[in-house]
Design a protein around this ligand. Sequence first.
Ligand SMILES: Cc1ncc(COP(=O)(O)O)c(C=O)c1O
Length: 376
Amino acid sequence: MKPWLGDEEAQALAEVVASGWVAQGPKVKAFESDFSAAQEVRHAVATSSCTTALHLALIVAGIGPGDDVVVPSLSFIATANAVTYVGARPVFCDVDPVTGNVTAETIHAALTLDTRAVIVVDQGGVPVDLDPIRELCDRHEITVIEDAACGVGSQYKGRPVGTGADVSVWSFHPRKILTTGEGGMLTTNRADWAARARTLREHSMSVSATDRHGSLLAPPEVYLEIGFNYRMTDLQAAVGIVQLRRLAEIVERRREIAAAYVAGLAGLKGLRFVADPPYGTSNFQSFWVEVLPGFPVSREELLARLADAGISARRGIMAAHRQPAYRWRDTGNAGLQHTERLTDRTLILPVFHELDTVSMNRVMNTIHAAANGVGR
Ligand SMILES: Cc1ncc(COP(=O)(O)O)c(C=O)c1O
């Protein structure tokens, strides 16, 4: 991945620098307003990262010690960590073997009497099938949190992902579709949750820093509860505003690249490619390939051959339950066989806006050589 940044972002940054207002201020407000409009949700609260947005999402949802939260193990570890931050227990569930996402069935298998929330993930940009999950969770009065860190620009049944959850979170890390360097967002249709997240992100001050620093005689502030410094800066938001305007173009290009990979590699036996599910479209934040037992070389060998050719591919999504941070904890006992298979067998190919045909062909030629038994 390489972020797609240009003169417009540099100009937007220069303007913020010249203004002197570099911490959270009017640009963050404008970015929140643009983002909520683009994502078709009522409220957006910018944060320092998706991880901090997830932490706030769990707090506003009232999750704490004694609660269980069902999460996929097949996700970046931040998904599970946020649950641990609030003193609740992450209970790992399996994923669908085709999409790599949680489903109503895999969540159902992991429910306990203490389950108060689930975190669903649009893994690698593939939209999660939310409606059946919503139905299950509504029946059991379980809050649905959507970790859409990878999901901006993906659609579920014709609408942006994230709109059907109680609260959703987004990442603007450079590995994601839009970047602000680091940064995140929390979105929700609930005004009370948005308001609490907004104050929690800045120390739970009753007067926002923008209002305080913008007034000659600042009103006295009250600290309502123990909060955090999870603010985004105006420097980041100015870049985010420009990036968001490019979203459609970025997604279109990624989908073009994914289609070119599929067309170029389609004839090879033993490979399976991530694809749009029947109910939505992916932004192809990650174009992953599953190396099946019928392929002549293993996933590790294919990664090594790509590296030999100067191509930086990556192992597929991690499985949090295997990491030392979680291995010895009680995280439930739902079966995780699809998670283990996908994490062991998948790899992620290079996709970035400016990836050219020559480079793409080099990737595909290397894979063809491995498929045809041409040695290292
Ligand atoms: C699914 C998921 N959740 C959360 C995060 C954390 O995002 P951030 O780096 O913005 O905190 C990531 C980042 O890789 C992710 O992929």
